[in-house]
Design a protein around this ligand. Structure first.
Ligand code: PLP
Length: 439
């Protein structure tokens, strides 16, 4: 395969002309689906890759492929440099120091790492430093009603292991977090507050700094699910003052199989490991082992090296384009989506109405038509959306439905694509013969 280099976008706000230039870097967007040009509105699930990301992975395998951190030979040294340079790039992208970024498989793995580490601190003999992560009956872990299952089930399991209680901050009918309930629920018993930065269903953007300040005031640790924010807006974990944050490479123009866990250095260094084995130890006897500091402490076994190189290329691509510009463009597309959907009879948009800031996505219900049918109808028109509960069953239940259809945008979507999507949605109910039926 011959790969071209990424184009270099210009300054100024993103607009359709600029986006058309950006699209040249994403060959998959040329695809025809069912005889129609692909309209890819499923970046909330997984994003597409620019050529520079594919080039980085290919270059790694063509020129540097080797085991990292243990070889004395030249290729091993070069592979280690690629791997650690990638860590610096991705850490800088989220405002972290190099030793505060742990490679994981994805955001789910990062959240499980934290929860299992805390669980390990809660059972058996652990170091004095690790005891501060221990949980027991009477302690509380607080999440929100809008969490992705990845930021819910690990905490359910941690409570099951330790006897701690899981509580949740409810949402209002418009999908926003009930901050007065949060103020009541965050107490001296709260040990962990884990919440999503941006809802993958409603596009609601949570007030991270405010929640973090409330949690820190009672001594709780804050875990931020940045899966839907790191790809789409400028993220600075230090400015937000969170203790941990997780994200997935495949949602931010990178490859699958890699994600990141940010943790404050002094926390990571005293937490018990989750996975154990090679590459994370200082000394091992037949009876016991001593562990390296972070990040190696949490990186047992052979790591996703080519994926790290490719994720760094993705972060460079995003930085060169400009996260402020990307965020502003997607905010515009998000408003266009919601406003358009609000104008179609029989559609109920989940989350805040148009005019209220939200991420560049919209989930909705079509009265009388199952979300899967909506998805298939749109697919026939070449439009890719996500249908189902989007791994957020409790949120859907709270909003009074089992499933919805979600259109999610990214820096490579045009206003014309949003309009094509809206025009297609306008025809769904008549196609299924439910036009005029009760909404
Ligand atoms: N959290 C949120 C808010 C998400 O949207 C997702 C994926 O959709 C995840 C966590 C889990 O991401 P992954 O499956 O890449 O681990």
């Amino acid at each position: 395969m011959i790969l071209k280099s990424a184009s270099h976008p210009h300054d100024g706000p993103l607009n359709d002309t600029e986006v058309l230039r950006i699209r040249n870097d994403f060959p998959i967007l040329e695809t025809q689906v069912n005889g129609k040009p692909l309209v890819y509105l499923d970046s909330g699930a997984t994003s597409q890759n620019p050529l520079s990301v594919m080039e980085a992975e290919q270059e790694y395998y063509e020129q540097r492929n080797s085991a990292v951190h243990r070889g004395a030979h030249t290729l091993a040294v070069e592979a280690t440099d690629v791997f650690e340079d990638a860590r610096s790039t991705v850490a800088a992208f989220i405002g972290a120091a190099d030793n505060e970024l742990v490679w994981t498989q994805n955001a789910t793995a990062g959240l499980n790492l934290i929860a299992y580490s805390f669980g390990n601190a809660s059972v058996g003999a652990v170091s004095e430093a690790a005891k501060k992560f221990a949980l027991a009956a009477g302690d509380e872990i607080l999440v929100t009603e809008m969490e992705h299952h990845a930021n819910l089930i690990p905490w359910q399991e941690l409570c099951r292991r330790t006897g701690a209680t899981l509580r949740f901050i409810p949402i209002h009918d418009d999908g926003t977090l009930d901050m007065s309930a949060a103020a009541t629920l965050i107490t001296e018993r709260t040990k962990v507050l884990a919440f999503t930065h941006v809802s993958n269903v409603t596009g609601v953007i949570n007030p991270v700094a405010e929640l973090t300040a409330m949690a820190h005031a009672v001594g709780a640790l804050v875990v931020l699910d940045a899966c839907q924010s790191a790809p789409h807006l400028p993220l600075d974990v230090k400015a937000l003052n969170v203790d941990f944050a997780v994200f997935s490479g495949h949602k931010m123009l990178g490859p699958t199989g890699i994600g990141g866990l940010y943790g404050r250095a002094e926390l990571l260094d005293s937490m018990p490991p989750f996975l154990t084995g090679g590459s994370m130890i200082t000394t091992v006897t037949m009876e016991e082992a001593a562990y390296l500091p972070a990040p190696q402490r949490f990186e047992a076994g052979t790591q996703p090296i080519s994926q790290a190189a490719a994720l760094a290329a993705a972060c460079n691509y995003l930085s060169e384009t400009g996260m402020e510009r990307i965020h502003a463009w997607e905010a515009e597309l998000g408003q266009r989506l919601v406003k358009g959907l609000e104008g179609i009879e029989g559609i109920r948009v989940l989350g805040p109405p148009s005019g209220v800031p939200r991420a560049g996505l919209a989930s909705f219900e079509v009265a009388g038509v199952h979300a899967h049918d909506v998805g298939q109808f749109l697919d026939a028109a070449g439009i890719a959306v996500r249908v189902g509960h989007h791994c957020a069953q409790p949120l859907h239940r709270r909003l009074g439905l089992n499933s919805s259809t979600r259109a999610s945008t990214y820096l490579y979507n045009t206003t014309g694509e949003v309009d094509a999507f809206l025009a297609a949605v306008a025809g769904v109910r008549s196609y299924f013969g439910v036009e005029g039926a009760a909404v």
